[in-house]
Ligand binder design. Structure first.
Ligand code: IFM
Length: 454
């Protein structure tokens, strides 16, 4: 008798029951299958990378709204980003570590406030800096995924109303045009905007991020403007950079939350999560139809939601995590959610990149298993029909985690913020194994548990 296990989602060899109209990943009946010792291979050309953002790693960003927020003591324990990881100066060393990791791609963001410190005035020295950064990646054989805007606004933009002002979308397109002309030759994949819904929730919803205005109207205004900015930037990038033989790829990085009713049989919880799914996960795409060449998914959250009509301040819901594995930040760890998200987003018929996925774990205790389990789910999602083209782990380095300061340690590489020393964690070597093999070797799978559903 063969040793039989690992049958979770293993539908590729399973026999199927025909049910008219339903997709094959639903109709195919998972069956026990013989033990496979080979590496679970990913498609050729799959991108394996890590992701960072300028303000979180560079250091020395003093011309944006986050700097001012930090100076006002609005970050946990009044921390400031300061030198952060000093990546602005140490990027060569950091990219050596990314290359040694076996990565073939890297996602980073440009700091708008450096490139355009004053309205319409562009700083060519900073452009040259980013040119060197992108060249450093190319030199190491890494493809570049570049985010134009990752949460920080130049002070002059913030002072003119930020995203709740109609002008900001125009400023953003002018900045996009400049970057496309100056750096377009070094960018492989473009992300216009990072996590619009998280940004809106944290700024005009909870007020934890600048400008810290809890205001539903501004929330909606900014929502519209972000969608407008993305559409215009998308068109601008294509009109400048497309050639007869090459159409560039432009998208966003969308934080996707998978939802589950906390009270399994509660109709109100179920109804509420459908509403949340629609608004949080899909509304932005509805407003920006035909302006995406791929779907970028940042996956961190699985919410077991209990609807609470009395909790307007928390958006009418509670998220429950009791008896669940959580990260250092208390976020539930739920790898099967990435499978569900990937399959859900096949509805757009576009290629998908996982533009972020990661875990806060200072002692790295949970990250190796987390990583293997996530990659396993992605493997199965691909087998079930999702056109996934790449995985970017958040993050290469420990970094400045916004209102939480340096507390959430997301790095495959630990950073000592006093000495700037970098120390690869155990999970760095686990990821290295995956990247070098372009897949999940059996030994790793064994270590995470073959039959895992987390
Ligand atoms: O650090 C953030 C990043 O800026 C956006 N996505 C989620 C990460 C972890 O919270």
């Amino acid at each position: 008798m063969p040793h039989v296990h690992d049958n979770h989602h293993e539908s590729e060899t399973a026999s199927s029951t025909e049910l008219a109209g339903l997709p094959s990943y639903i109709t195919e009946v998972p069956q026990a299958r013989p033990h496979i010792h080979e590496t679970r291979k990913f498609p050729d050309g799959f991108l394996w990378g890590t992701a960072t953002s300028a303000h979180q790693v560079e250091g020395g960003n003093t011309n944006n709204d986050w700097y001012r927020w930090e100076q006002q003591g609005r970050v946990l324990d009044k921390q400031i980003s300061g030198d952060a990881c000093d990546h602005y100066c140490r990027y060569e060393q950091d990219f050596d570590l990314a290359a040694e990791l076996g990565n073939n791609a890297h996602r980073l963001s440009l700091e708008w406030s450096r490139i355009e410190p004053q309205p319409g005035e562009f700083d060519l020295d900073q452009v040259l800096h980013y040119r060197r950064v992108l060249e450093a990646l190319k030199k190491r054989g890494l493809k570049t995924m570049v985010t134009l805007w990752h949460f920080t606004l130049p002070l002059w933009v913030a002072d003119r109303g930020g995203w709740s002002s109609r002008q900001t979308a125009q400023y953003f397109v002018r900045y996009t045009e400049f970057v496309a002309r100056e750096l377009g030759d070094l960018v492989d994949i473009w992300i216009t905007i990072n996590e619009p819904m998280i940004y809106l929730t944290q700024t005009y919803g909870t007020g934890a991020w600048p400008p810290g205005q809890k205001n539903i109207w501004r929330f909606l205004l900014a929502f519209k403007q972000l969608a407008r900015a993305h559409k215009n930037a998308y068109q601008q990038l294509h009109s400048i950079l497309d050639t007869k033989t090459n159409r560039i790829q432009v998208g966003i990085a969308k934080n996707v939350v998978t939802y589950e009713p906390y009270r399994r049989y509660s109709e109100i919880d179920s109804l509420f999560i459908r509403l949340m799914d629609r608004l949080f996960n899909h509304q932005f795409f509805k407003w920006t139809k035909r302006h995406h060449d791929f779907i970028g998914i940042n996956y961190y959250f699985h919410y077991r939601i209990k609807y609470r009509p009395t909790k307007a301040a928390q958006f009418f819901f509670e998220v429950h995590t009791e008896n669940r594995e959580v990260s250092d930040l208390g976020w539930e760890i739920y790898p099967p959610g990435i499978f569900d998200a990937l399959l859900d987003f096949t509805r757009y018929g576009l290629p998908i990149y996982i533009t972020e996925n990661g875990l806060a774990s200072a002692d790295d205790g949970k990250r190796p298993r987390f990583l293997v389990s996530m990659v396993k789910e992605i493997y199965h999602a691909i087998k079930a029909g999702a056109d996934v083209r790449g995985y970017f782990h958040w993050s290469l380095l420990d970094n400045f985690e916004w209102e939480k300061g340096f507390g959430g340690r997301f790095g495959l590489i630990a950073v000592d913020f006093q000495t700037q020393q970098r120390t690869p964690r155990r999970s760095y070597y686990v990821y290295q194994n995956i990247c070098q093999e372009n897949g999940l070797p059996h030994d790793l799978l064994k270590f995470a548990g073959h039959g895992v559903r987390w």
